[in-house]
Design a protein around this ligand. Structure first.
Ligand code: GAP
Length: 513
């Protein structure tokens, strides 16, 4: 099945099974804003818990905060967001549709790459096992031609973006004969800068109201609380502050479901270090964060680092952790060495001394910062994409199963009485009432057992138990494993011990030690 179709199926599965709904669905939705349903919120909370505990429980020198979304407007002047948090936009005069100029060009680059991949796939089919891909890419005429075109365009585009040369971005769009996907025309406006921050007003009277922004990243809430936390927590460098919270960006192009949203959630950690040690810490956090992803068991081949060649003016190293989505390798997390830029800027704009006094060396300095920044929603999407599977069963039937890591699954155990009578529902409730204190259980009595198993497979429930007539006398139930579909008879008294360990966040955290 084409990857595009797989992705469409994942999106509709998310809606059908209560994971993600379009916001204000009965009014036909709101662009790039989504609501999490009854199963989605559980999965999302489990992802957040895994991240939070890996930071705050496993590191003695990392503490958490929860800063407000509204911040003093000068914060965003100091951070550079008011002046520079822009995307280049372009309009098509015929369709009246707005696009990001950089995305139009990147799509063009992707098209060339696709042509190369098609040539490679064709040759692979022709030559079979004897195929040497590296040699083919280095010698095939058509591939070399496409590659040269790709490289030239990439170089021109990178330069235009680095210089923020808006006229050159438009010229590239014209030279490449890029058309509007809606109108099919090349009737483009000039490229303009568009600030991504949402503005609103604070204060009740028009005169007294001041413009405030919805934060576009949670990080600034950490920077402005550096002194508060360091002093009240008696924190010694190196130390970190972690936070999970909403962020807002008025994205021009809303695409790929929850990959790029206007309201989303971030999990960010700023790690404050002594100047000169930051690159060592950067390397360590790069590895830590990759290990966190890989502990989920999705296979290391599905991750890659993308080191930034061109760095923001305040950064001295940056990398993305990318995950293989159905639409290619995409950034899920960024790790940035941000020097002392943010703290110095806030010191300058607030007039406060924002430093650290090192009692061992008797010197004061502005700490350097390593930031790890991951989007909860992108992480959610990567988990869904990897877990969604359609399995052909022996009888020719297809089962849709979400092979979620058990620790992230919304429901851990489904409790199913075989029939709705003969005291089986009562027995099932008795088991459920005991286990519900330890992990999330769901009781279901409607439809055949087969249909109930399928519904649980579709939401990723790792275990189901069936309560039958024998249960009333032998106090045993049938335990079914989601992935193997194997069924075993187990005593009710052993259920908790059998399941709890495998479905707890602790089981993931232990892999990180
Ligand atoms: N404080 C640094 C920062 O915000 P970023 O690369 O702009 O860096 C970090 O964002 C992460 O936040 C991204 O790797 C991505 O997972 C997530 N993210 C950013 N914009 C997003 C959007 N519009 N929708 C969903 N997630 C987004």
């Amino acid at each position: 099945m084409a990857q595009e179709d797989v992705f469409k199926k994942i999106v509709s599965h998310c809606k059908e099974y209560g994971f993600v709904f379009p916001s204000s669905d009965i009014y036909d939705g709101l662009g790039a804003v989504y609501d999490y349903g009854q199963n989605g919120v559980e999965l999302k909370n489990n992802i957040k818990q895994y991240w939070w505990q890996s930071m705050v429980l496993l590191h003695e020198n990392i503490v958490g905060i929860d800063a407000a979304i509204f911040m003093h407007p000068t914060v965003w002047k100091a951070s550079g967001h008011v002046d520079a948090f822009n995307d280049p936009l372009i309009d098509n005069r015929d369709s009246k549709k707005r696009y990001r100029a950089d995305v139009l060009i990147e799509d063009q680059l992707a098209k060339i790459e696709e042509k190369i991949n098609k040539e490679v796939a064709k040759a692979q089919k022709r030559f079979g096992d004897a195929f040497d891909e590296a040699q083919f890419r280095a010698t095939n005429g058509r591939v070399l031609e496409h590659q040269a075109k790709f490289d030239a365009l990439h170089e021109r585009y990178s330069k235009a973006m680095n210089d923020m040369d808006l006229a050159e971005l438009k010229q590239i769009i014209l030279d490449e004969e890029i058309v509007c996907p809606i109108s099919g025309t090349r009737n483009w406006t000039d490229v303009r800068q568009f600030n991504l921050m949402f503005k609103t007003e604070m204060g009740s009277t028009a005169d007294g109201a001041s413009t405030v922004y919805l934060r576009p990243e949670t990080a600034q809430g950490i920077f402005v609380n550096y002194l508060n936390v360091q002093k009240t927590g008696r924190m010694k460098i190196p130390f970190g502050i972690a936070q999970i919270g909403k962020a807002f960006r008025n994205e021009i192009v809303a695409r790929q479901f929850i990959f790029r949203m206007r309201e989303f959630e971030q999990m960010e950690m700023q790690f404050f270090v002594k100047p000169g040690t930051e690159l060592d810490w950067f390397t360590q956090w790069k590895q830590h964060r990759r290990a966190w992803h890989e502990a989920l068991g999705f296979g290391s081949e599905n991750y890659r680092y993308h080191d930034h060649e061109k760095l923001a003016h305040y950064a001295n190293a940056a990398t993305d952790i990318e995950f293989k989505m159905p639409f290619g390798f995409k950034e899920v997390e960024g790790i940035h060495s941000r020097t002392n830029f943010d703290l110095s800027q806030h010191a300058k704009y607030s007039g406060r001394k924002i430093e650290y006094f090192d009692p061992e060396t008797n010197e004061s300095y502005t700490p350097y910062v390593i930031e790890t920044s991951i989007g909860v929603d992108r992480m959610f999407l990567s988990v869904m994409c990897h877990s969604y599977q359609e399995e052909k069963l022996e009888g020719g039937e297809t089962r849709v199963v979400l092979k979620l890591p058990a620790a992230l699954a919304p429901v851990k155990l489904a409790v199913l009485p075989l029939v709705k009578k003969d005291g089986l529902p009562e027995k099932a409730h008795e088991i459920m009432n005991d286990l519900k204190f330890h992990f999330n259980c769901k009781y279901e009595e409607k439809d055949s057992i087969g249909k109930r198993y399928r519904r649980q497979d579709a939401i990723g429930t790792p275990y189901c138990i069936t309560v039958d007539h024998d249960t009333l006398t032998d106090n045993c139930v049938t335990l079914r494993d989601r992935d193997t579909m194997e069924q075993t008879r187990v005593p009710i008294s052993e259920l908790r011990a059998l399941i709890e360990d495998k479905v707890s966040i602790t089981s993931l955290l232990k892999k990180l030690q």
